[in-house]
Design a protein around this ligand. Structure first.
Ligand code: UDX
Length: 443
């Protein structure tokens, strides 16, 4: 049977999922409460930078397979499978996740659900949320228990969102009933035929898989940043250490790049929300571990700023710093909880004259931090700088010619806050190169 699909919430996750489902051949209705966003998406405009997504949305809005609405009754009448993809940000007053958008979406949809259907949560939530929503759905939907709930967490990475949706490394489905699981096996049938592993589980495990995966990645990054602290104290080199331990297949080389730490719309908030939930459940060891992961991560930002101060002879005030990067990682214009912007703002607060350049996140960075100056090019940012501070490892920076930049700056001093540049090449071009977790340059 060919299902009709709705996707509630057309942010990053929802837009990508809706377009991906259309690409898999389904008729899809995306829903958002933001009428302006809906109008733009319906015209095929994607309001953020994500490789390949705008093309996909344009193709399928043109073909008519992908449409958008603000009308919950229309979504309920249209679809057999409703995906919940609304945001679950960190709450304003603590570490826990704010579930108000998710509850509001369920409460708005449920009274219109008059026939059997499956509601599928994709948002990242504290374990136990799905069970709560199942009760809400059963209470509010005219179809009652004929509305099935499943949880199908999303693992997409920004910058790879389309590929992660159409060729995921696994599909995890927590379902309260065999029917819900069967429906999702069919929805993802094409992907399963291509060999994508499908893991069927209960609701709670599915919810936990997502936060555990993100917490593990965060732990890896904080582990290597903790090693960087020790390496600095011991005069050792964390980049060589990471390469050496990463060659052990059991450890693996990825997520072992020491630097300014992790950021973005997911890892930091998920670590905090999981910590809060683990504490509530009496999982004190997990809570303690995640608290340390968060602290190491925030300290990594402070340590890179301290390195910049040392590189400038101990004083930031009045010095010109060219900050390379504003996005939380390359290939995105997302600046949510960006370590780069955080460090740039802290340097400016300490009196440095900061100019930021980012290949894609200039506009979003300026909107988030209006107090910072932004340049339109690497050269413009670097001109006359006393220090170049790399904070996001865009290819444009990794491939930049250190000789040409050396001619533009006031002093060829570099802090490579991501351990991303070729230290030997920059040193050969006359730069003094400082980097977290590496021996100080010879003076
Ligand atoms: C992450 C998860 O990878 C994804 O599965 C989940 O669905 C959402 O959260 P994303 O936020 O796009 O995806 O970023 P990711 O590529 O995981 O990077 C997270 C942060 O870690 C970035 O700030 C990155 O710069 C940092 N990082 C990564 C390091 O500091 N060092 C590393 O070695 C790797």
């Amino acid at each position: 049977m060919s299902f009709r699909i709705s996707v509630l919430g057309t942010g990053y996750l929802g837009t990508t999922h809706a377009a991906g489902m259309a690409e898999l051949g389904y008729d899809v209705l995306g829903l958002d409460v933001d009428a302006d966003k809906v109008a733009r998406l319906a015209r095929g405009e994607v309001p953020f930078h994500e490789p390949g997504l705008a093309e996909l949305v344009r193709t399928h809005t043109r073909s008519g397979r992908l449409r958008f609405t603000t009308d919950f009754a229309a979504a309920a009448a249209f679809a057999d499978v409703h995906f919940l993809a609304v945001g679950t940000p960190q709450s304003a007053d603590g570490e826990a996740a704010d579930l108000s958008h998710l509850r509001a979406a369920v409460d708005a949809l449920a009274p219109h659900l008059e026939r059997p259907c499956v509601v599928v949560g994709k948002s990242t939530v504290p374990v136990g949320t799905a069970a709560e929503l199942a009760g809400r759905l059963a209470g509010l939907a005219p179809a009652g228990r004929a509305v099935e709930l499943a949880w199908n967490p999303e693992f997409l990475r920004e910058g790879h969102a389309v590929a992660d949706t159409l060729a995921p490394d696994r599909i995890v489905v927590g379902a309260a009933s065999e029917l819900a699981e069967k429906v999702l096996r069919e929805v993802y049938g094409d992907l399963l035929e291509r060999g994508v592993p499908f893991l069927a589980t209960d609701l709670a495990t599915a919810e936990l898989v997502k936060v555990a995966a993100n917490s593990f990645l965060a732990t890896k990054v904080s582990f290597v940043n903790a090693m960087a602290e020790v390496c600095e104290a011991a005069g050792a080199d964390v980049t060589v250490l990471a390469r050496a331990i990463g060659l052990d297949e059991r450890i693996g080389p990825r997520f072992l790049r020491a630097g300014v730490g992790f950021g973005g719309g997911c890892l930091p908030k998920d670590v905090r929300a999981f910590r809060a939930r683990a504490r509530e459940l009496g999982g004190d060891s997990a809570a303690a571990l995640l608290g340390e992961v968060d602290r190491i991560n925030l300290r990594a930002r402070e340590r890179v700023l301290a390195l910049a101060r040392r590189a400038l002879g101990g004083v930031l005030a009045g010095r010109r710093i060219a900050v390379l990067g504003a996005a939380f990682k390359p290939d995105t214009d997302d600046v949510r909880d960006s370590p780069a912007l955080d460090v740039a703002a802290a340097a400016a607060r300490a009196g440095a004259r900061v100019t930021v350049y980012d290949p894609a996140a200039g506009r979003s960075g300026a909107a988030a931090r209006p107090e910072l100056a932004f340049a339109d090019s690497l050269e413009a940012a670097a001109r006359g700088a006393d220090l170049v501070l790399l904070l996001t490892e865009w290819a444009e920076f990794r491939t930049a010619d250190p000789r040409r930049l050396a001619a533009l700056v006031a002093a060829p001093v570099l802090v490579d806050g991501r351990n991303a540049l070729d230290r030997a090449a920059w040193t050969a071009a006359g730069w003094t190169v400082h980097a977290p977790g590496r021996p100080a340059p010879r003076s």
